[in-house]
Design a protein around this ligand. Structure first.
Ligand code: PGA
Length: 252
């Protein structure tokens, strides 16, 4: 079976000083340059993006934002726009991370707008979807994931997924050390791809679906080996260069 090129993306969340990020970005750049086959990207906090951009320019490691405004520019105090991220060389923008949904009131409609704003700026959105523990226990995992996907499909159409990445991140697995089993993750990834395939087989076959939630060096290989898992969105482990690089190598 021909698989899509694996993508390993680091989501630093709100972590990192100038000194820490210089060390981390430098180590990731060297490690990836030494022969990682997967595509690798990092998403530092906005304020550290210029440093990452300087260090990574011309290297195989891409970078992106963890969020973006739905607007291009204007009177939106505290916001960062897609064109600003592009201006600093970002390739990606994470949209709809569960922490944004839970703490900043971003619902599926706002996330769909952010997805569009990212693409309008020439960024590839990494669209995060995933259920809480209560939703999983209530048997509504597929309904929750479908609702998030459908909001983006309704706003932008299936063709928009030619230039997008999806990340399935079960909320109960994020930062908890409780990874979904490869079988649990694969089942939801297959569901996501199937839902897109019902609209366009080729787009569904090409879109990369990452798994996120307590991925580490020790469990990455088995996760990435599943038919519909095309890499990972890595939180905690992306703050440790050796651990992050071992995840990147697990994707080879
Ligand atoms: P984690 O976070 O790897 O620390 O579980 C994943 C994420 O939130 O993207």
């Amino acid at each position: 079976m021909s698989k899509r090129r694996t993508l390993v993306a680091g989501n630093w969340k709100m972590n990192g000083s100038r000194a820490e990020s210089a060390a981390l970005v430098g180590a990731v750049k060297r490690g990836v340059g030494a022969g990682v086959k997967a595509e690798v990207a990092i998403c530092p906090p906005f304020i550290l993006i210029p440093f990452a951009a300087e260090t990574l320019a011309g290297s195989p490691v891409a970078w992106g934002g963890q969020n973006l405004s739905i607007h291009k520019s204007g009177a939106y105090t505290g916001e960062i726009s897609g064109p600003m991220l592009r201006d600093f060389g970002c390739s990606y923008a994470i949209v709809g991370h569960s922490e944004r949904r839970a703490y900043y009131g971003e619902d599926d409609q706002v996330v769909a707008q952010k997805f569009g704003a990212a693409q309008a700026a020439g960024l590839i959105p990494i669209l995060c979807v995933g259920e809480t523990l209560a939703e999983r226990e209530a048997g509504t995992t597929e309904a929750v994931v479908a609702r998030s996907l459908d909001a983006v499909l309704a706003a932008h159409g299936i063709a928009a997924f030619k230039h997008a990445v999806i990340a399935y991140e079960p909320v109960w697995a994020i930062g908890t050390g409780k990874t979904a089993t490869p079988q649990q993750a694969q089942a939801v990834h297959a569901f996501i791809r199937g839902r897109l395939a019902a609209l366009d087989q080729a787009v569904a076959g090409g879109v990369r679906i990452l798994y996120g939630g307590s991925v580490k060096g020790a469990n990455a290989k088995e996760l990435f080996g599943q038919a519909d898992i095309d890499g990972g969105l890595i939180g905690g482990a992306s703050l440790n260069a050796e651990e992050f690089l071992s995840i990147c190598r697990a994707a080879d």
